[in-house]
Design a protein around this ligand. Structure first.
Ligand code: FPP
Length: 241
């Protein structure tokens, strides 16, 4: 029997397959992304019902700028609409919203909306919903490294005193716990520059279903699979979190 039947504290999701979901229905890719918002709402509700502490979703990667202009514009507009339509409801449910990723590349009105959503929900203690937007994990690690290099150059830190805790503290996900469970929908089995450091000991679950078809049944099944796995964290014996 597995030693752990606990709920993962931090779940991360790569919401893939929106485009294929749409084309299989003869719809434009944008319809898939729109349906993806409904799946996101289901995932948030389910995460809250299961008492997950943090849910981090990959909504736009730094590499997604290379998509056709119209699709990029649609995804940016969708984020705005999500913030406008859902923040009040999420706030009333005690959800804290955090946004990670390079905000400086985004237009000022969007940055204001993201800042406002974070500020409004700052004191909430239920689920933390982390929206990764214009996010790339290698870039995040690079920024953390640059900050530490500045501290070294300024004489505040000696190179040999740099610990993993310093790096972690300078990642955008600080002070959240590491990822326990990473779910990727859409059939691909890769991590695509998402939370590389934070997923060091995560359990990975790859689903063939497209993101718009994600629901509570799939989420609960993924958590049950996670619970059936023995996590050893590099040791020999299972360790409970
Ligand atoms: C991947 O599907 C999905 C994305 C690049 C965007 C994910 C966005 C959402 C689920 C909705 C937006 C959410 C917010 C909060 C703005 P894909 O387009 O790569 O699908 P494909 O692999 O089938 O082409």
């Amino acid at each position: 029997m597995s030693s752990q039947n606990h709920i993962p504290r931090h779940v991360a999701i790569i919401m893939d397959g929106n485009g294929r979901w749409a084309s299989e229905r003869g719809l434009p890719r944008s319809a898939g992304h729109k349906a993806g918002i409904d799946a996101l709402r289901r995932a948030v509700t389910c995460a809250q019902d299961m008492d997950v502490e943090c849910l981090t979703i990959y909504s736009f990667s730094t590499e997604n700028w290379s998509r056709p202009k119209a699709e990029v514009a649609f995804l940016l507009a969708l984020l705005k609409r999500f913030i406008r339509q859902d923040v009040a409801d999420l706030h009333s449910k005690g959800v804290r919203i955090r946004v990670i990723g390079a905000r400086e590349d985004l237009e000022p009105s969007l940055v204001r909306m993201l800042n406002d959503a974070e500020q409004l929900t700052e004191a909430n203690t239920q689920l933390t919903l982390v929206v990764a937007f214009n996010y790339g994990s290698q870039q995040e690690i690079l920024r953390a490294t640059q900050k530490l290099a500045h501290d070294v150059a300024a004489g505040r830190l000696a190179p040999n005193d740099i610990t993993m805790a310093h790096i972690e503290a300078n990642l955008e996900t600080a002070p959240m716990p590491p990822v326990d469970l990473l779910i990727r929908t859409g059939g691909e089995e890769r991590i695509s520059n998402f939370l590389l450091w934070q997923c060091a000991y995560a359990e990975f679950i790859f689903l063939r279903q497209y993101w718009p078809d994600f629901d509570a049944v799939l989420f609960e099944k993924a958590v049950a699979t996670y619970q059936s796995r023995e996590r050893r964290f590099g040791g020999l014996k299972a360790k409970s979190a």
